[in-house]
Design a protein around this ligand. Structure first.
Ligand code: ADP
Length: 305
């Protein structure tokens, strides 16, 4: 069942389209990522889902409700992550949780929630004194305090160190595993690949693909790449004819063959038959990063030039 439906959403600022016909559906219980470069229209899209912006055209539903017409009911279903600036630095963790839980008709018990997010010993600490990771954990707690069915997290791990980011990812997975659907806005490929069940790739206000991370990766030419410098020349045409090979590149003596695991084995057999050794041999999987570059346009930041 789709808990968020977005159909042909459009929003322009001063005549310039920011969101230009975006459609996707988020299934209950998944971590759904909205991934794309800065300025792609991600935040505008989720703000329309949250009922914070009025679309120019299109249809948005959250648990069957219209975020604008049914705003009060949508806020009971949808947990939204606050921005840093929205929280008073002098407010303590406990005060913030108590205050925000009072906004909801059926709030979570905030003390166990704080404990779940590793904030039990920080209840008397002021927001302004928290570390970056603790602030992010508080934002997750505040987004969950209303007992929502869906939570929207926007660029949550920006500014965290690798450990803080990994801890936050684990928490987001726990949120999903507790039955809350997560809509995650990110421009970090690694984060989307690691966390998301499915991803909508957004570029220049349009969805270029909706798929699982593995599905997106498999769309790029050659999921496995083998590179080597042969000890004697090898005809590129023979490499290109190997099973599963999709492309062969050469830079000076160095050869790169794109294909599958089967291609890698076939390359090694071919070299063995010819008595050629592969020097500086490297085998790598295509990452979501490659898929992303394939599915988004270059020079995104130059579009207004
Ligand atoms: P993202 O979240 O992917 O970075 P945004 O939705 O924030 O993208 O922005 C999409 C485009 O709309 C950008 O070109 C941005 O400059 C523009 N934009 C966003 N908000 C406003 C606004 N309030 N007024 C004018 N232009 C805006």
């Amino acid at each position: 069942m789709a808990i968020i439906e977005v159909e042909d959403l459009r929003k322009a600022y001063g005549g310039t389209p920011a969101v230009d016909g975006v459609s996707f559906a988020v299934e209950a219980g998944e971590i759904f990522g909205i991934l794309g470069p800065n300025g792609a229209g991600k935040t505008t899209t989720v703000e329309c889902v949250e009922g914070l912006r009025t679309p120019d055209a299109g249809r948005v539903r959250v648990a069957g409700l219209d975020p604008l017409a049914d705003h009060d009911r949508v806020t009971e279903v949808l947990g939204v992550q606050l921005q840093q600036s929205e929280l008073q630095p002098r407010l303590t963790v406990g005060e913030a949780l108590r205050l925000y839980s009072a906004f909801y008709p059926d709030p979570a018990d905030w003390r166990p929630l704080a404990a779940r997010l590793g904030l039990a010993d920080r209840l008397d600490v002021r927001f302004g004194k928290l570390s970056g990771g603790q602030k992010q954990r508080l934002f997750i707690a505040l987004a969950l305090v209303g007992n929502p069915r869906v939570v929207v997290l926007d660029e949550l791990t920006t500014g965290l160190d690798p450990r803080g980011r990994r801890d936050t990812w684990r928490l987001i997975e726990q949120v999903r595993d507790s039955g809350v659907t997560v809509l995650l806005v990110t421009h970090f490929m690694e984060e989307a690949q690691r966390l998301c069940d499915r991803i909508a790739l957004i570029d220049r206000g349009r969805v270029t693909a909706v798929d699982t991370p593995a599905g997106l990766i498999s769309r790029t030419a050659g999921a496995t790449v083998i590179s080597f410098t042969p000890s004697a020349p090898v005809p590129e045409a023979e490499l290109a004819a190997l099973p599963g090979a999709t492309a062969v590149d050469r830079v000076d003596e160095r050869l790169t063959v794109h294909g599958s695991d089967e291609t890698v084995n076939a390359v090694m057999s071919l070299l063995a038959r010819r008595g050629v050794t592969a020097e500086q041999l490297r085998v790598s999987d295509t990452s979501l990063n490659d898929a992303y570059l394939d599915l988004t346009e270059p020079d995104h930041d130059d579009r207004d030039d």
